[in-house]
Design a protein. Structure first.
Length: 391
């Protein structure tokens, strides 16, 4: 099977989408499939990624809001590239213009819309949460739901990585939704990596004794991640219990987060950790993971933390919430600093604070990205089977 992924937001400097696509380029050929990614870039070229995998870059304008990305501006050029590839399945990784371009393509391949983003949760719900509830906001953005329903009618399948997002899409009138959760990098994250000396050093950074509780937050410093809210909640809990927070990441909200922290010695910011093994050790050595974003379509950080044995303290909506439900973690009302503080304090009080923290809960073997792609490719085989018969 030849799968072409039309990926509007693939960039060498990208984040989660790039990581996902790179893994697909590796896993597809292992399963006997050819994987081609068509992406907008500064110039047209073909980048080979080993046997059965490559990236076709199409020269495209820069994305005005982020210079790391470009955007598809020429539908004819994209259609010509698809004609040249003659795929069995075409994926599109954004619900915006590129999805409409793929829908308009005259080829015979099965079409799949992969919901790597949840625009309403990331933007509209957050912008207007103080003015209206979600059903009211959905009615105000009915133009977006109409757009999704039109795409749903023209695509064979819509892929969602979390059951909560799938439920919202179906409630919005989409009929072709399939839930295929992602997974963690195999063989990397494990409770066995718990390192008590490392935990001690991190607590020292936070000015706390070993009897304190070490919370970890990992992620880009973007407005939808709500790190200032998490900082506010942690500072509230600190009046009742010795709690430290290590926040790993960077981004355009960093200055705001620094101001929020002020002179608090128990909250420390660390630069992004690019060494995945180092991150895995840190995750296994903390006491709990905190997260503020309710717009995650899966939440890889929560999956990695859970695979590391960390309890989750996360919003009640989005992909992180699904994972907290699966491991009986702590959930709080999305967007609520007070709710997050209550959940954190409940978590702290549930632990027996000892000189040496108890070992984290050991969970069953985590779902991996290899598991995800096995299920995804089997789904595509099933989706295209009726089209082969009709042909």
């Amino acid at each position: 099977m030849k799968i072409v992924d039309v990926c509007a937001f693939y960039s060498p400097k990208g984040g989660g989408v790039r990581t996902y696509i790179d893994r697909k380029l590796a896993e597809g050929p292992k399963a006997g499939h050819e994987i081609v990614v068509i992406a907008p870039g500064p110039r047209s070229l073909i980048e080979e990624r080993g046997q059965g995998a490559r990236i076709v870059w199409l020269e495209s304008p820069k994305f005005p809001l982020d210079g790391n990305y470009h955007y598809f501006a020429d539908a004819k050029a994209l259609h010509a590239a698809l004609d040249c590839e003659r795929p069995d399945v075409v994926e599109v990784s954004s619900p915006w213009r590129s999805a409409s371009m793929v829908a308009d393509w005259q080829g015979q391949a099965a079409r799949s819309l992969v919901m790597h983003a949840d625009p309403l949760a990331a933007y509209a719900y957050r912008w207007f949460e103080m003015l209206a509830d979600r059903p009211t906001i959905d009615r105000g953005f009915d133009w977006f739901w109409r757009h999704l329903r039109r795409l749903d009618a023209r695509f064979e399948t819509v892929i969602s990585a979390s059951f909560s997002l799938s439920a919202r899409l179906e409630a919005g009138g989409l009929r072709g939704v399939s839930t295929i959760p992602m997974g963690v990098e195999p063989g990397l994250f494990s409770p066995a990596l718990r390192d008590l000396p490392l935990r001690r050093r991190l607590l020292d950074m936070c000015g706390l004794e070993a009897s304190g509780t070490l919370l970890l937050g990992v992620g880009r410093h973007g407005p939808e991640k709500r790190w200032p809210m998490i900082v506010e909640a942690v500072m509230s809990v600190q009046f009742s219990a010795p709690v430290g927070l290590i926040l790993v990441g960077d981004g355009r909200e960093r200055a705001r987060i620094v101001r929020q922290i002020g002179a608090n010695p128990h909250i420390q910011l660390l630069a992004p950790i690019t060494d995945r093994e180092e991150l895995a050790r840190m995750m296994a050595s903390a006491d709990g993971l905190v997260h503020g974003c309710e717009a995650e379509t899966f939440c890889m950080v929560a999956a990695e933390a859970s695979a590391s044995g960390l309890p989750l303290i996360v919003p009640s909506d989005g992909g992180a919430s699904d994972q907290a439900l699966a491991q009986r973690g702590w959930r709080y009302p999305s967007g609520s600093a007070a709710g997050a503080a209550r959940a954190m304090l409940d978590f702290v009080q549930s632990r027996q604070l000892e000189l040496v923290a108890p070992a984290p809960i050991v969970h069953s073997a985590p779902r991996t990205m290899a598991d995800h792609f096995i299920e995804l490719f089997a789904h595509y085989e099933a989706v295209r089977a009726p089209m082969r018969v009709a042909a």
